[in-house]
Every structure is written in C-alpha cells, then in structure tokens.
Design a protein around this ligand. Structure first.
Ligand SMILES: [Zn+2]
Ligand SMILES: [Zn+2]
Length: 121
C-alpha cells in the first residue's frame, strides 16, 4: 500500500500525478478475485477526477531489478500520454516512443498469436 511520485519512474509529473499501489486510488472495486491477472490500470479520461493516476496491484510490478520502470508501468504511462484512448494509434505511438514496440505489436488486433500472459488494462 502507498503511493509513488512520477519522478521515481522518470515520468513527467505534469502527465503522471502519481502511482497508487495496492488498490485503486479512486476506490474502484479492483482488484476483484477474478481480476488478479490485471496488474495495473491508468486513469486517462478527461471526466475522471483522478486523471493522471496509475494504479498498480503490487509493488512487484513497479520496477525492474535495475530500478527502471517495468513493461507494465511503461504501458500505463503510455495511456496517460495518449489520453481518452485505449490501445489505438495514439497509445501505440506513445508506447513505441517509450521503447516498447513489442508492447504495441501485442495489442494490435491483427497480432497472429497472443501468447497467454498477465495483462495490463
Ligand atoms: Zn485506479
Ligand atoms: Zn492498456
């Protein structure tokens, strides 16, 4: 439980207002038992008073061993950089610019075979 500042991930604090760990900052019912495979989500729509926040289920999803943001964190940060969209062109462009072209590839509807793995919403 707790929260982190954007700067700890190298994220722009004007884009990311904070990272909330252990539950949803807005008190959304999450994670539910059936949603344990969803590690994180971003609040990226204008009408959400919590816009700019990333919520993460577990501290384990925050940093890599070398203290860099994980793929999950980059995925969510890309959502904040491309507000009001899901996994469309703007989000894909953002995640590629952040260095994860494979993440954009995986979320294309045309991806030939998505390997089963934990997903980030
Ligand atoms: Zn949340
Ligand atoms: Zn996503």
């Amino acid at each position: 439980m707790g929260w982190y500042r954007a700067q700890e991930f190298g994220f722009d604090p004007r884009v990311c207002r904070g990272v909330h760990v252990g539950s949803c900052v807005a008190g959304r019912r999450w994670p539910r038992q059936s949603d344990w495979d969803v590690e994180a989500h971003a609040h990226n729509v204008d009408y959400d008073p919590w816009q700019g926040w990333i919520c993460v289920a577990s501290e384990r999803s925050l940093f890599t061993a070398s203290r860099r943001p994980t793929r999950v964190m980059v995925h969510e940060y890309a959502h904040l950089l491309a507000p009001n969209s899901r996994h469309g062109a703007a989000w894909q462009e953002a995640v590629v610019a952040l260095g994860y072209p494979s993440e954009a590839e995986w979320h294309r509807p045309s991806h030939p075979r998505r390997p089963p793995r934990r997903r980030a919403a």
